[in-house]
Design a protein around this ligand. Structure first.
Ligand SMILES: C[S@@+](CC[C@H](N)C(=O)[O-])C[C@H]1O[C@@H](n2cnc3c(N)ncnc32)[C@H](O)[C@@H]1O
Length: 252
């Protein structure tokens, strides 16, 4: 079995390894036989458009939710230009919570990368969503925002962790973050930004893949408490792949 560090190195070298194999997809040999595939959305990749169509089939019986989204992927601006499993798992969780869950809420996504999770929040009826990341990712987020025609309730903004929160970004009802714990020098910066944005009323949904994260949680516990989200039917499957979904609460 590869150790987690080698695993990450391998991922960076071959970012498309997490793409699911499908009828018309480039696919990947890596995930082809893993259980994790069963909890990821259907994926159709167009090599010419560099666009991934993700089809989430939620459990919301009333809405019979089938949410599709097109995401342009491009590894050149950095690891955020790829759709990561944690982002798909958090998106799936939000969809399965049903159509009322984010209705009317103000949402900020941190380290959005392609913008996937925030765009799903916008599709689910959040009143306003801010998809944020560092400067090199802004263009791909903007393309994905336009491609999905979500400009009426979603905006792209630069938000570099550890810097002051842009005046235009309000204190949100919900913060989303997927796969943002992987680079140790950024740990204090991420905690600082979470602390600056959240109040005791903010719901923070945080999906991460377990890596060398002890120091991150050591810093986080000074500002937040957390609990694993237990009401996700897919939890046991992604837990076995070292992915965990937690909800943070700010300590007052
Ligand atoms: C592994 S990617 C995850 C992307 C996306 N959330 C997903 O799940 O597909 C981590 C993201 O965190 C962003 N990031 C890393 N350091 C950051 C920082 N200091 N400030 C803002 N974003 C940062 C990266 O640019 C990247 O988009």
């Amino acid at each position: 079995m590869r150790n987690p560090i080698d695993d990450e190195r391998y991922y960076i070298e071959e970012p498309f390894r997490y793409f699911r194999v499908g009828e018309e997809n480039v696919g990947t040999r890596d995930l082809a036989n893993t259980e994790l595939l069963s909890v990821l959305p259907g994926q159709h990749y167009s090599m010419t458009e560099k666009t991934l169509r993700l089809e989430f089939s939620g459990n919301d019986e009333k809405a019979k939710a089938m949410i599709s989204i097109s995401i342009r992927v491009d590894a050149s601006p950095g690891c955020g230009g790829i759709v990561w499993p944690a982002g798909q798992i958090l998106s799936n969780y939000l969809i399965n919570k049903g159509s009322n869950f984010l209705q009317g809420k103000c949402v900020v996504e941190l380290g959005s990368g392609t913008g996937l999770v925030g765009l799903i929040a916008a599709k689910l009826g959040a009143s306003k969503v801010w998809i944020t990341d560092q400067a090199p990712l802004l263009d791909i987020m903007q393309q994905n925002l336009s491609m999905n025609s979500l400009q009426c309730n979603c905006v792209v903004a630069e938000l570099d962790w550890g810097t002051s929160i842009p005046a235009a970004i309000p204190s949100p009802d919900v913060i989303l973050a997927a796969d943002c714990v992987y680079f140790e020098p950024a740990f204090p910066l991420l905690v600082q930004t979470l602390d600056a944005l959240a109040t005791e009323r903010t719901q923070v949904f945080f999906c991460y893949k377990k890596r060398a994260d002890k120091r991150f949680f050591g810093l986080l516990k000074k500002k937040f408490t957390w609990a694993e989200i237990m009401d996700d039917p897919n939890r046991n499957i992604y837990n076995r792949e070292s992915i965990t979904l937690i909800k943070l609460s700010k300590i007052v």
